[in-house]
Design a protein around this ligand. Structure first.
Ligand code: 4NP
Length: 144
């Protein structure tokens, strides 16, 4: 799960996906990263922590890290939140196989908007990410 800072959107996506995967007993390796380096080592934004907690998900222990080329080797699928993230991740791709792993979290090229400057966006962003993650889990055909 990749966004710009790895403190607002992608930690939510990581926490939500971990939660859904655990519910479905899916043995997935789930992680998140930012395309930028400003927040490496930082905990998630308090507003993300709060909205996740409201829905029963604890993301307070996550720490920011930057997306790196080796993530293409470590993961089968790389979900990005918006088209800037998409471009920045693709810039690091080495091969067509790397590129083919990258897709937007939501359907129809819809971005998950960056809530950094707008407190009111955190709850709608949570719901958008939840919908995206639920769709991914449902599409695997592995759901129990
Ligand atoms: P995120 O939000 O990409 O959802 O983690 C942001 C967090 C921090 C910054 C930008 C976006 N920033 O510019 O520091």
């Amino acid at each position: 799960m990749v966004c710009l800072g790895n403190i607002c959107r992608s930690p939510l996506a990581e926490g939500i996906m971990r939660h859904l995967a655990a519910e479905k007993h899916l043995d997935w390796t789930i992680d998140s990263a930012g395309t930028g380096s400003w927040h490496v080592g930082d905990p998630p934004d308090a507003r993300s922590v709060r909205v996740a907690r409201k829905y029963g998900i604890d993301i307070s222990g996550l720490r920011g890290r930057q997306f790196q080329t080796t993530d293409f080797d470590a993961f089968d699928r790389i979900f990005v939140m918006d088209l800037d993230n998409y471009r920045d991740v693709l810039r690091k791709a080495r091969t067509e196989a790397d590129r083919s792993k990258v897709q937007l979290l939501l359907e129809r090229q819809q971005p998950v908007p960056d809530p950094w400057y707008d407190d009111a966006l955190f709850e709608p962003v949570f719901k958008l990410i939840l919908n995206g993650c639920e769709r991914i889990v449902a599409a695997t055909g592995l759901s129990k």
